[in-house]
Ligand binder design. Structure first.
Ligand code: BTN
Length: 239
């Protein structure tokens, strides 16, 4: 197992490094760094990755992409939240890719996919603020800021262990535990939220996270729809 883990003090981005492995016949499956100089977030944004955080990419190969590939981000979110539960740190999962602690963002997930020959390589990038300085970001928190002291390596291995267990279930289409975690620990289900659609902010109610990774929502008109991506704000919340 240890040969499959590559650790860095600093790297540009663990996800980018994972992509470079595509061109080598490399058995590395976990890339971990203490900091990133070009941490990537969703939608081309950067992800502040100062020294002291957990910056982890997990690499998975697939012959074919399953219909519910977008649920893989949920699998990672469930794995992170479950790992924190074990340390008595109770978090919520903000669909589709954030982990929330005390109403602030503790962790973000960026899942990417690249094509190699006839295979697909999925790269699941997890960034978690542990002891890193996030004072410049209002909407974020870190375990240190919440005065929580944990062993970073222990948390990292717990996240990987949970991810592997839940990912195996995902592959078997045994989705009960994953959906249970995603719905019970959801930061949005049952709440009034707003999403940006066609440059317009729309208010709706989040109903549930579904097995294809989508979020079932209800518009004010009563119309029901499944949404697959979106920047969500909770109404009456800073996030
Ligand atoms: C987001 O919140 O928009 C997603 C953030 C994902 C950050 C992680 S840190 C490890 C991996 N490497 C990156 O460059 N990004 C992801």
């Amino acid at each position: 197992m240890s040969l499959r883990i590559k650790k860095f003090k600093e790297i540009d981005s663990t996800n980018e490094y994972a992509k470079k492995l595509v061109f080598e016949n490399n058995s590395t499956r976990y890339i971990i760094s203490d900091s990133q100089s070009k941490g990537k977030g969703r939608d081309g944004r950067s992800f502040v990755s100062n020294e002291g955080g957990i910056f982890l990419s997990i690499v998975k190969d697939m012959e074919e992409l399953p219909r519910n590939t977008s649920l893989i981000t949920g699998v990672a979110g469930a794995a992170v939240s479950k790992a924190l539960d074990k340390l008595m740190i109770i978090t919520f999962i903000k669909w589709p890719n954030d982990i929330i602690l005390n109403k602030k963002k503790l962790s973000g997930i960026l899942t990417e996919c690249v094509n190699i020959e006839k295979k697909f390589r999925i790269i699941i990038g997890i960034g978690l603020n542990v002891n890193n300085d996030i004072s410049a970001i209002d909407i974020a928190t870190s375990l240190q800021k919440e005065e929580i002291n944990i062993d970073k390596d222990l948390l990292t291995s717990e996240i990987i262990r949970n991810f592997e267990e839940l990912y195996e279930k995902f592959l078997q289409n045994d989705l009960e535990e994953i959906l249970d975690i995603l719905n019970k620990k959801s930061y949005v289900v049952g709440k009034r939220i707003s999403v940006i659609k066609n440059l317009k902010k729309i208010e709706l109610e989040a109903l549930k996270v579904k097995s294809d990774g989508s979020l079932k929502v209800k518009y004010k008109s009563g119309e029901i729809e499944d949404i697959y991506a979106g920047e969500i704000s909770i109404i009456n919340s800073i996030l």
